[in-house]
Design a protein around this ligand. Structure first.
Ligand code: PNS
Length: 169
């Protein structure tokens, strides 16, 4: 039984993440999407909100589980009885950070390996950071995130007062 962790912040989940999830869950028996609960990062969405959105967009994939975590990723992998971490690589700019992270994780726990999937070309430019920025300025999100996530982003921007273009003056 091959169980892997696909970890990340997912603030929020994008079509790029969905692509990696859909492809990874065909390779492994069970994929655990690990959602980092790191308050120091000041995410736009709470960990509960990020988990909820991920559950919604992966609902049709029977071998995918969404689990929040804090602390070290390799400890989480061990707790989940997984020895494989999957990460997506978009462009060369991702490489240095990902290499450092995978080598650090391997030093911390040599039994846990990291494998990379290259992001599908149509999502190579996409990141949660740019999605949040587009949402903040009221841009069209339909090419970047599933509809359910776009709805939550709009709600969040309205409640935060960062995006009130549609409100009457
Ligand atoms: O989506 P992100 O923000 O690029 O994901 C980064 C993540 C969650 C994979 C990384 O920050 C992480 O693993 N954090 C847990 C803390 C940890 O284990 N750090 C040591 C490895 S460098």
């Amino acid at each position: 039984m091959l169980r892997a962790i696909y970890p990340g912040s997912f603030d929020p989940v994008t079509y790029g993440h969905c692509d990696i999830i859909q492809r990874s869950c065909k390779i492994v028996d069970e994929l655990i999407v690990g959602v980092l609960n790191n308050k120091a990062k000041m995410p736009l969405f709470s960990v509960e909100e990020r988990v909820k959105m991920l559950k919604e967009v992966t609902g049709s994939l029977p071998n995918v589980r969404i689990v929040p975590f804090d602390g070290l990723l390799v400890d989480f992998a061990f707790r989940m009885d997984a020895r494989l971490i999957i990460r997506g690589l978009r462009a060369i700019t991702d490489f240095e950070y990902e290499l450092q992270m995978s080598q650090t994780n391997h030093k911390l726990e040599p039994k846990v390996e990291t494998m990379f999937l290259t992001t599908s070309i149509q999502y190579s430019y996409l990141s949660s950071t740019t999605v949040r920025e587009i949402a903040a300025f009221g841009g069209d999100l339909s090419q970047f995130v599933p509809e359910a996530v776009a709805v939550e982003l709009k709600k969040k921007m309205n409640t935060k007062g960062e995006c009130n273009h549609e409100q009457p003056h």
